[in-house]
Design a protein around this ligand. Structure first.
Ligand SMILES: C[S@@+](CC[C@H](N)C(=O)[O-])C[C@H]1O[C@@H](n2cnc3c(N)ncnc32)[C@H](O)[C@@H]1O
Length: 279
């Protein structure tokens, strides 16, 4: 398992990321210029459909002011900053990649949200929090990097309050498709060695078995296809996730678009309620 985590960490190693971000953000003005989560969205929302998807998931999950939210696999922190700014909640992000966590802290300094949003380097399989600490847990485009789904969903259930919400936005295996049919390199894995896509049915089964009741179950593939077609027609505005993932990002994004348009993967939004432990 450590080997797999190390390989996933390597995929998101992003050497010199904070310095690259500083240079890329110079287009928005000097270092002391306050930035907004919306302005950063082309480079800090690391998932299909970007900011629109985060906004929809927050609404589906019912995130409101005063809640304590955990973003698991928080990347460079775009979803956490957006949620804090629009819902008025406190957000903690955890991510396996230390350079991503450094970058998330830097960007949060640039948006002036340090009192509301914080980040830790940690594995989703060993969350550094007491049981029952959060009202809501978010997981966006992370599960496909994790083979031990029972443990992932059990950890998420452990840190949630009873009755709390778990909102996930996930890449899953397209119906009737096989793992062999997925095009790589993809944004979440350059080879199949760190890609652990499940079908929609297997995803739901694994989450419910960890102590959750399904509230929302939504196939977002149609909207994802429109987004993928647009991505093919025109490259994303600059600065974009190429700053985070490096020069092969156009190829990674191109393969994501192909996988979505050819139904090799599907895009799923779901919200679950935390059942009583041992229920
Ligand atoms: C595609 S990015 C999504 C980032 C963020 N959720 C977003 O939507 O902007 C996947 C993220 O999951 C993180 N990740 C992968 N496996 C992880 C694990 N076992 N524990 C914590 N983070 C993990 C990666 O480091 C990366 O930041």
């Amino acid at each position: 398992m450590t080997d797999v985590l190390d390989t996933v960490r390597d995929h998101y190693r992003a050497t010199g990321l904070t310095e690259r971000l500083k240079a890329a953000l110079a287009v928005f003005g000097p270092e002391d210029q306050r930035l907004t989560p919306e302005l950063l969205a082309t480079l800090d929302q690391f998932h299909t459909r970007g900011l629109a998807a985060t906004a929809e998931l927050a609404k589906l999950a019912g995130v409101t002011s005063g809640m304590s939210v955990l973003d698991v696999g928080s990347g460079v922190g775009g979803p956490a900053r957006y949620l804090a700014a629009t819902c008025g909640c406190q957000v903690t992000g955890v991510d396996l990649s230390a350079p991503f966590v450094d970058a998330a802290r830097y960007l949060t300094g640039r948006t002036g949200q340090g009192a509301q949003v914080s980040f830790k380097t940690a594995s989703a399989l060993e969350l550094p929090f007491d049981a029952g600490r959060f009202d809501t847990v978010l997981l966006q485009h992370v599960a496909m990097n994790i083979s031990d789904r029972p443990r992932l969903y059990r950890e998420i259930r452990r840190v949630l309050k009873q009755g709390g919400r778990f909102a996930t936005y996930d890449v899953v295996l397209g119906s009737g498709k096989t793992l062999d049919g997925v095009h790589y390199p993809a944004p979440w894995a350059r080879t199949p060695a760190t890609s652990f896509l499940l079908t929609v049915e297997a995803t739901r089964e694994a989450v419910e078995a960890a102590g959750f009741r399904t509230l929302v179950w939504q196939d977002d593939s149609t909207a994802a296809k429109a987004w993928a077609a647009q991505l093919r027609a025109a490259p994303p505005a600059s600065p974009n996730l190429g700053v985070v993932m490096g020069p092969d990002f156009a190829q990674l994004g191109g393969n994501l678009a192909r996988n979505i348009l050819e139904d090799r993967v599907a895009i799923l939004s779901a919200v679950f309620e935390a059942s009583p432990i041992n229920a």
